[in-house]
Design a binder for this molecule. Structure first.
Ligand SMILES: [Zn+2]
Length: 490
C-alpha cells in the first residue's frame, strides 16, 4: 500500500497563504503556494526585509514561509549561511510540482522562492492573469519571479532570466508531469480561470476558492459531480461563519439603481481588476444606461493580454470603451507618453490606442470633468479616489465600492483614508458586493453533495465552525483540523 501524507504548511487558520504538500510514497506536489498576506503584514516593516539578500532569511525566521528543506531556490539559500541552518532543522520535503488553483496572490505569490527544480502548473488563462497582474503591480524581484528566475548566484548578465519548468494544464485532463494523477476542474470564484482538483491516487479533492452564487456556478456544480464520493475533501471556509448570499445579479441590479439615481452626475464603481466577468457586466450596464464606460489601464492591459493569448475567457469588447488616461508626466500638460513616469506596460496600453492598433479610446480626467453625466467609471483599488480629485466631481456624485470589505487593520487604515477623500470630494458613497466565496449554507451543501468521509477545512479563520456544524448534525463528514507541524496520513 502506498503511504499518502498531507501537510497543510500554511493556510489552515488564516484566509489565504495556502501551501498544501501532498506526498505519495516519496513523490510530492504542492497544491497552491501562496503568500499569507496577514502574516506578511504583521512581520514585514520597512525596507530591510525587502532586499533580495535578506528576504528569504526574514521570511523563514518569521515563518511567513515554512521551514522545510528541499523546496527553496539554491541561489537564495547560498546567499546566506544562516538559511541553511534554519532549513536543516526543519522538515524535509520531496516535491516536484506546484499546482496552482487560481491567480490570486494568496494562492501563488510565494512560488518565486521555490526551487528551480519545482515545476509550476497553471492553465493558459491563469498564467496570463498572473503575468499581467504582476507586471502592472509593485511586486518586485523574487516575488515576481513566478515563471522566470533571475539567478542571484551565477551572476547572469543584467536582466537575464531562466524559465521555470512550466506545465499548462487543461480542464478535465490529467496534469502532465505530475507524479500522480491530478485532474483540474474549473470552479466559480471572483476571477476567471479558477480551478479545483481531484487527486485520484489519494481519493482527495481540493476546492481552491469556490462559490455557488456567481455567474459561473455551473462550473462549481460540475466540480461537485466529478469529485463526488472522494474520501477526503480539502474545503475552503472563508465564510463558514456567514449566511449572507448576495448574487452577482443582485450586485448588477443595485449598481444600476445607484447610477440611475444620479442621472445628472458622475458615477464611479470600484471593482477588483481581475474580476473580468464583473467588469464585462458593468461595461454592458453602462451602455444600457447611455453612459460611456471608462475602464482603468490596468484592466485594459489584462484584457489585451487575454485576447493575445487566445484565452477562452469572454473578455469585453472595447470598441466604444474609454480608457482612463492617467496624468503622469512633467511635460506636455501631464500626458507625455515619452516620459519615464509611464511604466512600460502602461505606455504600451496607451500607445496601442494612440496608434490605433487596439480598440478603445483614451479619455483624460478633464474631459470626464466637463461632461460628468455621460460617463460611468469602472476603476480598481481605493487609491483611484485620488483620480476622482483630478476629475473634480460635482458634489453628490456617486462612488460605489464593489470589493470585499476591509478585514485587517491595515486595510481598515486604507479604508479610512479612502473615506477621508470621499468626504473631501463630497461624494455619495454606496457599498455593494458579491463575495468570491461560498457562504455557510452553500459550504454545507457542497459537503453534503460530495459526501466525503472526512473534510479538512482550509483558508478560514474559523475552522471550529466546521466542527460545531458536525456536532449539531449539519455536516455528516468527519472534520480534521490540520496543524502546520503535523503530517496527516490519509
Ligand atoms: Zn481567491
Amino acid at each position: 500500500m502506498p503511504r499518502v501524507f498531507l501537510r497543510v504548511l500554511d493556510g489552515a487558520n488564516s484566509i489565504g497563504g495556502n501551501k498544501i504538500a501532498l506526498t505519495i510514497d516519496d513523490e510530492g506536489i504542492f497544491l497552491d503556494f501562496g503568500v499569507n498576506m496577514k502574516k506578511k503584514r504583521e512581520y514585514i516593516l520597512g525596507y530591510r526585509a525587502l532586499t533580495v539578500a535578506n528576504k528569504l532569511y526574514y521570511y523563514l525566521y518569521s515563518e511567513i514561509l515554512p521551514r522545510a528543506s528541499g523546496i527553496y531556490r539554491r541561489d537564495l539559500i547560498e546567499l546566506d549561511e544562516r538559511i541553511r541552518r534554519i532549513l536543516d532543522r526543519g522538515l524535509s520535503l520531496e516535491v516536484s510540482m506546484a499546482i496552482i488553483s487560481h491567480g490570486h496572490v494568496d494562492h501563488y505569490g510565494a512560488v518565486g522562492f521555490l526551487s528551480e527544480d519545482i515545476a509550476i502548473a497553471v492553465s493558459n488563462s491563469m498564467k496570463t492573469i498572473m503575468e499581467s497582474m504582476i507586471e502592472s503591480s509593485s511586486i518586485s524581484d523574487v516575488e515576481g519571479e513566478i515563471f522566470t528566475i533571475k539567478n542571484r548566484k551565477e551572476n547572469l548578465r543584467r536582466g537575464e532570466r531562466k524559465a521555470r519548468e512550466l506545465e499548462v494544464f487543461e480542464e478535465g485532463k490529467r496534469i502532465r508531469g505530475a507524479p500522480f494523477a491530478v485532474i483540474p476542474y474549473p470552479v466559480d470564484h471572483s476571477l476567471p480561470a479558477s480551478f479545483g482538483f481531484l487527486v485520484e491516487d489519494a481519493s482527495l479533492a481540493y476546492t481552491g476558492d469556490i462559490r455557488k452564487h456567481g455567474l459561473l456556478s455551473g462550473f462549481t456544480e460540475r466540480f461537485i459531480e466529478k469529485v463526488s464520493g472522494v474520501d477526503y475533501l480539502l474545503i475552503e471556509g472563508t465564510r463558514i461563519d456567514s449566511s449572507i448570499r448576495i448574487s452577482e445579479e443582485e450586485v448588477s441590479r443595485e449598481i444600476r439603481n445607484y447610477v440611475k439615481e444620479k442621472e445628472d452626475k458622475l458615477s464611479c464603481v470600484i471593482v477588483s481588476p481581475t474580476d473580468v466577468d464583473r467588469v464585462r457586466e458593468l461595461i454592458e450596464l453602462s451602455r444600457e444606461l447611455g453612459r460611456k464606460p471608462v475602464i482603468s489601464p490596468r484592466v485594459t492591459y489584462l484584457i489585451d493580454k487575454l485576447e493575445e493569448s487566445g484565452s477562452k475567457i469572454t473578455v469585453p469588447k472595447l470598441g466604444d470603451v474609454g480608457i482612463y488616461f492617467e496624468r503622469r508626466s512633467l511635460t506636455e500638460g501631464g500626458y507625455d507618453l515619452k516620459s519615464i513616469h509611464y511604466r512600460k506596460w502602461l505606455k504600451n496600453v496607451y500607445l496601442d490606442r494612440v496608434d490605433g492598433k487596439r480598440k478603445g479610446d483614451l479619455v483624460k480626467p478633464e474631459e470626464i470633468g466637463r461632461k460628468q453625466d455621460k460617463y460611468l467609471l469602472i476603476l480598481n483599488g481605493l487609491d483611484y479616489v485620488l483620480e476622482l480629485a483630478q476629475i473634480g466631481p460635482t458634489p453628490g456624485s456617486r462612488v460605489i465600492v464593489s470589493t470585499s470589505e476591509p478585514h485587517d487593520e491595515e486595510q481598515e487604515i486604507e479604508w479610512s483614508k479612502f473615506e477621508k477623500w470621499v468626504h473631501l470630494l463630497r461624494l455619495d458613497l454606496r457599498n455593494v458586493h458579491s463575495s468570491g466565496h461560498a457562504d455557510r449554507e452553500s459550504l454545507i451543501e457542497i459537503i453534503e453533495e460530495i459526501k466525503p468521509r472526512k473534510i479538512i477545512p482550509i483558508h478560514t479563520e474559523n475552522p471550529y465552525e466546521f466542527q460545531r456544524l458536525r456536532r449539531i448534525g449539519e455536516i455528516r463528514s468527519e472534520v480534521i483540523l490540520p496543524k502546520p507541524e503535523e503530517a496527516i496520513e490519509l
